[in-house]
Write a protein that binds this ligand. Structure first.
Ligand code: HEC
Length: 142
């Protein structure tokens, strides 16, 4: 009865893998991984902050990164949890301020104030949360 044993092994492995992310991931109350939203420098909060952040993001970033920050033809996904250059607030700040040489990501330190950059980061955090909520809804609908 080799096939029964093989199936048992497949199912046991599937269960082991299924259980793993929930244990290993840095999960929030809803079980969602938010490791890509860690702030190691204070990010301002509030409606006004988000409104300014959205305004600046729309004017300077969305044509590459798309309005919801989910990636596009020339900009990477900012609403995702995985960042190439680091997703902690200080790392995002550095990317925006100094740019990333040899890529299309330019430096904004001379054209955006420190406050504007912080407001944009606050807005990026809200885009990450929005994507989480949309993904949860999509998973439920299936
Ligand atoms: C001309 C297109 C363009 C514009 C405008 C632009 N970006 Fe980018 N951005 C890119 C590209 C392309 C990358 C990927 C760079 C690379 O290959 O590493 C990037 C990377 C980034 C990253 C790093 C992502 C990671 O995975 O680490 C952040 C954060 C970011 N951009 C934020 C912004 C913000 C905020 C603005 C507006 C102030 C902005 N970008 C404007 C094209 C753009």
């Amino acid at each position: 009865m080799k096939s029964v044993r093989t199936w048992f092994a497949v199912i046991a492995t599937a269960f082991a893998l299924w259980g793993m992310p929930a244990v290993a991931a840095d999960a929030g109350a809803d079980g969602v991984d938010r490791h890509g939203m860690e702030n190691d420098m204070p990010i301002p909060e509030g409606e006004e902050v988000l409104a300014t952040g959205k305004d600046r993001y729309s004017a300077r970033c969305s044509y590459c990164h798309t309005p919801l920050g989910r990636g596009g033809s020339s900009g990477v996904c900012l609403a995702c949890q995985k960042y190439k250059w680091g997703s902690r607030s200080s790392q995002i700040y550095a990317t925006i301020a100094a740019g990333r040489p040899q890529t299309k990501m330019g430096a904004f330190a001379t054209s955006l104030s420190q406050e504007e950059i912080l407001n944009i980061i606050a807005y990026i955090r809200s885009l990450q949360e929005l994507k989480i909520q949309d993904d949860l809804k999509a998973a439920k609908a299936q």
